[in-house]
Design a binder for this molecule. Structure first.
Ligand code: FES
Ligand SMILES: [Fe+2]
Length: 327
C-alpha cells in the first residue's frame, strides 16, 4: 500500500552517525548518516537477527554489534571479520531514503516524485517542525486532526473560546484518488487563544487527508493562507502512530517569527490533549470486544479516510457533499 510513497520517519537532526531505529508499518528500520547521506536498512542482521541499530557506523558501513559483520549503504555485506577468502553473498534489505524540509523520508520502491511536505513548499515559509506519538490507529489520528467538532471540548479555550457560542458554517466535502478534503466557510473568527494569535479573521479552514497518512489543516484569511499544519502520520507498530508535522506560514504573513515561536508550545499543548483522548479511545476500544464506533452526522471524513487507507476511491470523489452545521 505505502511502498511507492515517501513516508516521513524521523527529523533530519535525529539522524547522525549514531544509528537510529524507527518503526515503519511494524518493521524495524535503522537510519544512519554515512558518506554525507542518509541510509535506511532493515534493522535486523541477517546472521543472527540482532538489531543493527545497536551497532556503529564505521567509514561508510554499518557494523553489527554481535560478530561485526559490516553492511554498506545498499545493504550488501562487505566484511565478515575473521573470514579469509571470498565473502558469501549476503545482504540486508534496504529502503530508499531522502531528506526534505528537515525530515527523513523512506520508501520501499523508489517513488517517481520527491516527497510532498506541505502546501507552502518553495515559498520559503516560516516553518516549525514537531514530532508526536500517540497510542492509536492511523484512521483515528488522521480523523482527530481534521475533526473540527472536538475542538469545543478537547481544546476548550485553546483552539476555541470558553463560551458555548457557535457559528453557522457551510462544510463542503470534495475528494479524488487518494485524497478527501472538508472546507469550512462562514466562521469569521474562532475565539480560542491560538486563533487570537493568528489575528482571528478567517475566510475558510480546510482539512485534508492525503495518502499515505498526511493530515493537513489550512487556515485562510482575507489576505491568503495564514497557516498550514501538515502532519505526516504512520502506523509505527500495531498500537502506535507517529507523526512528523510542519507548521508553516508565509514569511510576510501575520505569522511572524515571534508568533511562530509562541505558536509551537500552544500547538504542543493541543497535541497532548489529543493524545489523551486518543489513548482513552484506543484502550477502551480494545475492551469493547469488536464493537465498532458510531459514525455520527458530523463525522464528514471518517468513511473516506478509511476508504483511502484501504486503497479505494473515496465517495467524495464521485459525490461531493455540502452540509450546514453550527461550529
Ligand atoms: S548477528 Fe550480526 S554479525 Fe552475527
Ligand atoms: Fe485535536
Amino acid at each position: 500500500m505505502t511502498t511507492h510513497h515517501w513516508q516521513a520517519v524521523a527529523l533530519s537532526r535525529e539522524v547522525t552517525r549514531h544509528p537510529l531505529r524507527v518503526m515503519y508499518d511494524g518493521a524495524p528500520v535503522v537510519l544512519f548518516r554515512a558518506g554525507g547521506r542518509v541510509s535506511a536498512l532493515v534493522d535486523r542482521c541477517p546472521h543472527r537477527m540482532v538489531a543493527l541499530s545497536g551497532g556503529r557506523v564505521v567509514g561508510d558501513t554499518l557494523e553489527c554489534p554481535y560478530h561485526g559483520w559490516r553492511f554498506d549503504a545498499g545493504g550488501a555485506c562487505i566484511d565478515i571479520p575473521g573470514h579469509i577468502g571470498d565473502l558469501p553473498r549476503c545482504r540486508v534489505g534496504r529502503y530508499h531514503a531522502t531528506e526534505q524540509d528537515g525530515a527523513v523520508f523512506i520508501a520501499r520502491d523508489l517513488p517517481d516524485a520527491p516527497p510532498y511536505t506541505h502546501v507552502l513548499t518553495g515559498q520559503s515559509p516560516i516553518c516549525r517542525l514537531v514530532k508526536s506519538t500517540a497510542q492509536s490507529r492511523l484512521v483515528d489520528v488522521a480523523e482527530n486532526i481534521l475533526d473540527a467538532t472536538h475542538t469545543h471540548f478537547t481544546h476548550k479555550g485553546l483552539l476555541r473560546g470558553l463560551s458555548a457560542k457557535r457559528h453557522r458554517v457551510t462544510v463542503t466535502v470534495t475528494g479524488g484518488a487518494g485524497w478527501v478534503a472538508a472546507s469550512y466557510t462562514g466562521e469569521d473568527r474562532q475565539d480560542g487563544l491560538v486563533s487570537k494569535l493568528l489575528d482571528g479573521a478567517r475566510t475558510k479552514t480546510i482539512g485534508r487527508y492525503r495518502h499515505p497518512g498526511i493530515a493537513e489543516l489550512e487556515y485562510w484569511g482575507p489576505r491568503g493562507l495564514v497557516l498550514a499544519t501538515t502532519f505526516h502520520l504512520r502506523q509505527a507498530d500495531t498500537d502506535t502512530v507517529e507523526g512528523i508535522g510542519w507548521l508553516a506560514g508565509p514569511a510576510q504573513g501575520v505569522l511572524g517569527q515571534i508568533k511562530a515561536m509562541a505558536f509551537k508550545p500552544l500547538f504542543n499543548i493541543a497535541l497532548a490533549q489529543d493524545r489523551r483522548v486518543l489513548r482513552s479511545a484506543y484502550e477502551n476500544a480494545r475492551l469493547a470486544g469488536g464493537a465498532s464506533p458510531v459514525i455520527g452526522p458530523l463525522d464528514f471524513l471518517r468513511r473516506d479516510i478509511t476508504a483511502i487507507i484501504a486503497g479505494e476511491l473515496p465517495a467524495a470523489a464521485t459525490t461531493p457533499q455540502q452540509y450546514q452545521i453550527a461550529l
